[in-house]
Design a binder for this molecule. Structure first.
Ligand code: NDP
Length: 279
């Protein structure tokens, strides 16, 4: 199975499907990512906050660097530029890389650091100029946050990684991303496993002879978003990878679109108020 790549506005490209390692326990990360690599994944989404960059680094050692696409994210603790600079280097060290493919600001934290996420964005711009990351982007940025960094720096993130799944389609943010030429990366793409309990998704899955997770992931792919489902289980990793040999009909896509609950469908924190800084 070949994973399609999508071109980003800075001229680089990204595999549309990757493997996410949020909540993969650090001691199990190397073995889990090794299984994902065996299943065919080459795009890995990690973060300083997940505490498992070293495990990702261990698993990718020996894999041809050109085949890999590695994303990591700046922890909420390190929004001040001096901290960001130091910790970007620390991420590279843990991952065993000279350069990552994509570095993101994990959360905007508009109620912290005097609301100044622009200074943090400038630190990422600097890191890109220094060759420490090929591309830079953001995560959990609301439309106003996106407008502000673009206006104040003139540098447009290549992606905005936000919560998106059939129960929370997050259309306002997707539209804002599109307006700026920013690609949407959809986190928790199978709603942390909840798509398996949905009757509509179950019915479509039976009709097309696939699993509910595959149907939900295929919905994202056909909407043009980038996804990286997480699984600790080799069979489910494989299942989540096998989504490029079938297509959902427009009526199925529309039925999935209808599952959007708006704000009540959100499972994670609201980026406008989320202010957690790990100690
Ligand atoms: P997902 O939507 O990927 O769901 C993962 C859950 O679904 C796990 O419990 C997993 O269990 C289960 N699962 C996986 N595959 C299947 C399947 N085929 N059938 C049934 N159940 C399945 O949630 P995540 O929150 O992990 O999101 C994915 C990635 O997005 C993260 O790993 C991370 O990289 C990123 N993310 C980013 C955030 C951000 O703020 N930027 C926030 C949250 C996530 P099991 O392991 O047992 O298979």
């Amino acid at each position: 199975m070949t994973v399609p790549t999508i071109q980003l506005h800075d001229g680089t490209s990204i595999p549309q499907l990757g493997f996410g390692v949020f909540q993969v326990p650090p001691p199990e990360t190397a073995a889990t990512v090794t299984k994902a690599l065996e299943a065919g994944y080459r795009h890995i989404d990690t973060a300083q906050m997940y505490g498992n960059e070293a495990g990702v680094g261990e698993a990718i050692r020996g894999v041809d660097r050109d085949e890999l696409y590695i994303t990591t994210k700046l922890n909420n603790t390190f929004h001040r530029p001096d901290d960001a600079r130091r910790e970007i280097d620390a991420s590279l060290e843990r991952l065993g890389l000279d350069q990552v493919d994509l570095f993101l600001i994990h959360w905007p934290l508009p109620t912290r650091y005097d609301g100044d996420f622009v200074q943090t964005w400038r630190a990422l711009i600097e890191a890109q100029e220094a060759g420490k990351t090929r591309s830079i982007g953001v995560s959990n940025f609301q439309p106003a946050h996106l407008d502000r960094i673009v206006e104040e720096t003139g540098v447009v993130p290549v992606v905005n990684q936000v919560e998106v799944h059939p129960f929370f389609a997050n259309e306002d943010v997707r539209a804002a991303n599109k307006k700026h030429g920013v690609l949407t990366e959809a986190w928790s793409p199978i709603a942390q496993g909840k798509v398996v309990d949905d009757d509509t998704i179950g019915e479509i899955a039976s009709l097309v002879g696939r699993t509910p997770a595959q149907v939900a992931l295929r919905w994202h792919v056909q909407r043009g978003d980038i996804i990286f489902p997480k699984s600790m289980n080799a069979d489910r990793m494989k299942q989540n990878f096998e989504i490029f040999d079938f297509e959902l009909e427009p009526t199925h896509m529309a039925a999935l679109d209808e599952l959007d609950q708006g704000e009540p469908g959100r499972m994670g924190p609201n980026p406008d108020t989320f202010d957690w800084i790990p100690s």
